[in-house]
Design a protein around this ligand. Structure first.
Ligand code: 0RA
Length: 656
């Protein structure tokens, strides 16, 4: 944790910049918190918690408590200095009231007030106030307890002194406004994951979560003295570590404080999580580039210096970044005073100076660790050598795929029924489980823009297989060839091979996974998602991956028929039919598989863009998703069950 008291101490009421009122926030809430669905709702809690975390980062707060109250309101409490209550001359009201009712006050927009600050949009607690039916702020400061109440962002009571106190701190309770949010029930699991993450990122900070809504209150306390090391162990719960000792690089001083933890496991995938000011930068950025470059250069330097790169006679081996990232779990947490967030979801760090800074710090720290732990170093280099050999084998497999693709359309997989349109933006590729469903889909589709690729063999588990093996799998080969993007490569390092993954070459902008609504279907869906997540994550972050939603029931009465996606909907449809026609019998059909639908039914219920429902796959929480994938694929039955139950969280956005 960084401490920079000198900067925070300079803070005073008049330094709070005043910009504009909260009207705009209520009128266009999505502009400030992303959306008004589940995600935006939880964002309110994060925003308030982030303010307390900032107080902890400044070195004044050690405990934060979040309470989910019975009436669906939320309380966030900390033992920091307490939001200032002194009179703000410029605004003519107490500083607390300014922070709560003036947009962009709160100090974050005031350069130098906070060294670092969290909050994805950095919108400030006034936005939370504006979007709450009511909010109460209670401040312990200077021996007194102060309180002020607000509603819809408007001040309801004067700042009052309601008692005496010996401690300091801030306590904010609020009820998200049901007139603004589509859903107003906070989900324990979502908050709990984020608080756990914050506790790992800010070692020794104690964060308590209490759920008062259940019959027996639930309480969890997150406090990790190991910080990122504990985070690594958590992420790797189901993995076999290659070495016990976790590599850490920490530099708390300087322009960009850096905290890094690294460990290898005997798996083949990489899992690098990056954070800037406690925000998960899912899209990476300059800090990630700096890290990767330092890792590759640092390990290569050590290996060469110690003569560890030994091939067979005459064999020339070069170790690439990819080789050093096989089986890697790493967490990079840095602090940047004025972060620039870019990218689709504003989670990509853009500050160019950061790359060199992170690179230098990690390189140096890594050398030091390797020198002091030669046996760990040796294991890592040996693993990278194995990866390099497999990469050479994979290249051969890739060349094979390329030779096939290079010859044009004729080399597209034989079982692909392509569409006639050549504009990728208009084209859709359905990945369909099984031949019979594939057949129906081929007949039912609109062949102008919908292509069908039936998958009949087993889809290989991308979590468990080396690249060469993955690439020799028929189904994977067909998918890569059909997509046209190529595969793999190490773009970060500037070496570009014509077979490398290139999203510009994508032949369909919608890739729709269409599987049965049974256990096998969900297994294949997960394997496909694992593959995309691990090997072509850009397809997910750019919003190209979708799930088809075939109906589960058909309800029919005479010539009238309708489709339902769950039991509830089925019953509603039946009721309505009964009301309109009391005599005729209603019959129900449950679809166990896509194959039971004829082509026309499949088209009208699941494929027709005017009538279907698609779920867009997003990576909401990369850490959790990645862990979930691992849970599902690992042998741990309990984790697997839990994943399937909470899997719905992975897909959120409803499309078209
Ligand atoms: C600005 C200045 C000071 C404290 C805070 C903000 C503060 C804000 C929040 C929000 C939640 N908890 C918080 N705790 C503190 C300190 C000013 C001073 O004491 O000199």
């Amino acid at each position: 944790m960084t401490t920079d008291k000198s900067v925070s101490e300079k803070y005073s009421a008049e330094k709070i910049k005043v910009l504009r009122g909260l009207e705009a926030v209520r009128r266009r809430p999505a502009m400030y918190i992303g959306d008004v669905s589940k995600r935006g709702l939880h964002h309110l809690v994060y925003e308030v918690v982030d303010n307390s975390v900032d107080e902890a980062l400044a070195g004044y707060c050690t405990q934060i408590k979040v309470i989910l109250n019975k009436d669906d309101s939320v309380t966030v409490e900390d033992n920091g200095r307490g939001i200032p209550v002194d009179f703000h001359k410029q605004e003519g009201k107490p500083a607390l009231e300014v922070v709560m009712t003036v947009l962009h006050a709160g100090g974050k927009f005031d350069k130098g007030t906070y060294k670092v600050s969290g909050g994805l949009h950095g919108v400030g607690v006034s936005v939370v106030n504006a979007l709450s039916k009511w909010l109460v702020a209670e401040i312990h400061r200077d021996g007194k307890i102060y309180r002020q109440k607000y509603a819809h962002g408007f001040t309801q009571t004067k700042l009052e002194v309601i008692g005496k106190t010996k401690r300091t701190g801030t306590r904010i309770s609020f009820l998200p406004d049901p007139d603004i949010f589509r859903v107003t029930t906070i989900e324990y699991e979502i908050i709990s994951e984020r608080l756990r993450e914050l506790a790992y990122l800010n070692k020794n900070l104690e964060i308590t979560l209490i759920d008062e809504r259940t019959e027996e209150p639930i309480k969890e306390v997150f406090k990790f003295k190991g910080g990122l090391c504990d985070f690594i162990k958590y992420l790797d719960t189901n993995k076999q570590p290659l070495h016990q000792k976790i590599i850490t690089v920490t530099k708390e001083t300087g322009e960009v404080p850096v905290d890094v933890a690294i460990r290898y496991s005997n798996t083949y995938t990489e899992n690098i999580l990056t954070f800037v000011n406690n925000i998960n930068t899912v899209e990476g950025g300059t800090h990630l580039s700096g890290f990767r470059s330092a890792l590759t250069r640092g390990l290569n330097y050590y290996a060469t210096k110690n003569n560890l790169i030994k091939g067979k006679k005459g064999e020339k081996i070069t170790l690439s970044g990819e080789d050093f990232r096989e089986g890697l779990t790493a967490i990079i947490s840095i602090k940047v005073a004025e972060p620039q967030f870019e990218g689709q979801t504003k989670t990509k760090l853009g500050n160019s100076e950061v790359k060199g800074i992170v690179d230098a710090i990690v390189y140096e720290g890594l050398q030091e660790f390797l020198e002091q732990n030669p046996s760990v170093a040796k294991k890592i280099i040996e693993k990278a050598l194995l990866a390099a050999r497999s990469r050479h084998a994979a290249r051969k497999a890739r060349e094979l795929i390329r030779r096939k693709t290079a010859l044009g359309n004729t080399t597209l997989p034989g079982k692909l029924a392509d569409c006639s349109n050549r504009d990728p933006a208009l084209c859709e590729l359905f990945l369909v489980e099984g031949d019979s469903a594939g057949g129906s889909a081929k007949q039912g589709r609109d062949r102008r823009f919908q292509a069908i690729l039936p998958l009949r063999g087993k889809v290989i588990n991308a979590e468990k297989a080396r690249i060469d093996k993955l690439l020799s799998n028929n189904e994977i080969q067909s998918i890569i060839t059909a997509l046209g993007t190529g595969f793999g490569g190490d773009i970060e390092e500037g070496v570009k091979n014509p077979t490398d993954f290139d999203i510009e070459k994508l032949r369909y902008h919608k890739i729709i996974i269409m599987t049965d609504a049974d256990v096998d279907g969900s297994h294949i869906r997960t394997l496909l998602l694992t593959f995309f997540y691990r090997k072509m994550p850009d397809l997910i972050t750019n919003g190209h991956i979708y799930l088809a939603m075939p109906p589960l029931f058909r309800v029919r009465q005479g010539k009238k028929e309708a489709y339902a996606y769950d039991e509830n909907e089925r019953d509603l449809l039946a009721e309505r039919m009964r009301r309109e026609n009391k005599t005729q019998k209603i019959d129900f059909q449950r679809y166990k598989g896509l194959g039971e639908m004829n082509p026309e039914q499949l088209w009208s219920t699941t494929m027709d863009p005017d009538r279907r429902t698609l779920m867009q796959v997003t990576i909401n929480d990369a850490a959790e998703a990645s862990k979930s994938f691992q849970d599902l694929m690992g042998s741990d039955v309990e984790a697997r069950r839990k994943f399937i139950e909470t899997n719905a969280r992975f897909v959120v956005n409803l499309d078209v």
